[in-house]
Design a protein around this ligand. Sequence first.
Ligand SMILES: [Zn+2]
Ligand SMILES: [Zn+2]
Ligand SMILES: [Zn+2]
Length: 177
Amino acid sequence: MNQNEDKCPKCGAALSPITETATGRKLQRCSQGSWNPQTHKNEGCDYVKWLEVEPQELDEKCPKCGAPLILQVTRFGKKMKKCSAGSWDKEAKKAIGCDYVEWVNGTSENLEEKCPKCGANLVLYTTANGKKMKKCSTSGWDREAKKATGCEYVLWLKAGQTESDNGEEFLPPEPEE
Ligand SMILES: [Zn+2]
Ligand SMILES: [Zn+2]
Ligand SMILES: [Zn+2]
């Protein structure tokens, strides 16, 4: 048993305070390690402790088995709905129980702001991995012609901390189903 969870299991140094990534995941780094945004490398101890993001039980039922669905956020901030009757067997590397999974795509919300190009309302669009952009409500995507329609105004929003600042995308991936 590890009595003190705030010590790095690799080098024994204290862990840094909890930080939150741009995609809403929480992590603690070893205080002996730091992310260098210039070299895109970890310096010092590379221990990172990911904190569980509590799965949220949804008011929706699994279309396969009728058990409640839960909302889970992966390490890279993608959201998925999955069946609470299913789980992942890490040793056998396979899903057990119900395997229903539904990836959640980006969401958009209407803004009170006007498009500087055409004066229509803007919408705030959040991609499935947590990036945000403002775009014109008249814009759309013509799937058949494979081209954008309407006004092409887009403004990407920079998150307070960008993902590359803490090197989130360079960390070893979680096993994905
Ligand atoms: Zn360490
Ligand atoms: Zn199910
Ligand atoms: Zn516009």
